[in-house]
Design a protein around this ligand. Structure first.
Ligand code: NAI
Ligand code: MG
Length: 337
């Protein structure tokens, strides 16, 4: 059995609650896991003066994978920075994966199995911003590089192939953003030549936003730039259960961080209403990444069964608490043995 070192990043708000539940679920699987812990978020800023200490980045690099809850963004503190964006940039977690798969629940549309692959380090979120003309002109630079485009597009095609998908949509706005989206689009068509078994289709981002609402089942993989991916992936997760179940992965060459899509949900803290399933599905993605496919599948099957039987928190019409859902998942995983 391979030993894996997992760094837990609890963060703020409901982060510590859902991460504690995920730790319990992971401990119930037949795996050799070593857990470590590192600090991130506004609480850590109040304690140490930084929302993302260097020691946290070191621990994530040292671990085989990290599981992250959520953080709270404080109102207007000068010099405060987003620890999530900083973490993705510092660790070069260039690929953001957001799977959107139908769940057995009335709120979910059927027949959807879409993976959104978002470039996670450049584009409009490169962090190059300035004010000119006494603050009357604001500029944000959108940086797209060949290297950054190539590696994310390759990831999308590789993942399509590994998961038996047959098509990739590159989503852009090259008719207006001729230079930046133009480069991203060109690189996509170049890389596609290496994957004759997969069809590349292109779509303008506004059309894609519309098509996702009209017929989301037409998409298998979408690959796109940072801001577009941020928006489209939030849009798409609403067809398949919403924030209580949406999970994501941030993957780089030598680090990987898995997280629920939701934030710190301050109003839910201590109420038992936080759905831990988004974090469980993030943990399942982490197990896939660690090549523990059987355990990942067992966890996902348990989640599906609980949702189908309304063993869930109120956001999915159930009447169980966060801890009760966790217990049910553990029982269902054991029954599968
Ligand atoms: P949020 O995701 O925390 O909450 C949005 C809505 O979804 C709320 O109604 C909340 O109660 C509900 N919700 C969220 N997670 C849920 C769960 N697990 N189960 C059931 N319902 C759930 O987003 P919001 O309210 O915009 O932001 C709250 C704080 O979180 C802010 O400080 C924001 O900056 C931060 N945030 C952090 C993120 C991260 O750490 N990656 C991502 C998004 C927001
Ligand atoms: Mg977002």
């Amino acid at each position: 059995m391979t030993r894996h070192r997992i760094c837990l990043l609890h963060g703020d708000g409901i982060g510590p609650e859902v991460i504690a539940c995920a730790e319990q679920v992971l401990r119930a699987l037949p795996l050799d896991l070593e857990f470590t812990r590192a600090e991130i978020g506004f609480g850590e800023y109040q304690r140490s003066g930084s929302p993302l200490p260097d020691s946290t980045l070191q621990e994530i690099r040292h671990a085989d994978a990290a599981l992250f809850g959520a953080v709270t963004t404080p109102p207007n503190i000068p010099n405060y920075f987003s620890p999530v964006v900083r973490m993705r940039q510092s660790l070069e977690l260039f690929a953001n994966f957001r799977p959107c798969r139908s769940i057995p629940h009335a709120s979910s549309r059927a027949g959807i199995d879409l993976l959104i692959v978002r470039e996670n380090t450049e584009g409009l979120y490169s962090g190059i911003e300035r004010l000119e003309d006494d603050g009357n002109r604001a500029i944000t630079e959108r940086v797209i590089t060949r290297k950054g485009s190539e590696r994310i597009i390759r990831k999308a095609f590789d993942t399509a192939r590994q998961t038996g998908r047959k098509s990739v949509h590159v989503v852009h706005k090259a008719n207006v953003l001729r230079q930046t989206c133009g480069l991203f689009r060109t690189v996509a068509f170049e890389v596609a030549k290496e994957y004759p078994d997969i069809t590349l289709q292109e779509m303008l981002v506004d059309t894609c936003a519309m098509e996702l609402v009209r017929a989301p089942e037409q998409f298998e993989v979408i690959v796109t730039t940072n801001l577009f991916g941020d928006i489209l992936s939030d849009e798409a997760c609403m067809f398949v259960g919403g924030l209580g179940v949406a999970a994501s992965a941030n993957i780089g060459a030598d680090a990987a961080v898995f997280e629920p899509v939701h934030g710190s949900a301050p109003t839910l803290v201590g109420t038992g209403k936080a759905n831990p399933i988004a974090t469980f599905l993030a943990a399942a993605m982490m197990l896939d990444y660690l090549n523990e496919k059987e355990s990942a599948e067992r966890l996902r099957n348990a989640v599906q069964a609980c949702i189908a039987n309304k063993e869930s928190t109120p956001d999915l019409d159930g009447n169980l608490t966060t801890d009760q859902v966790t217990e049910r998942i553990k029982v269902r995983m054991q029954n599968e043995e």
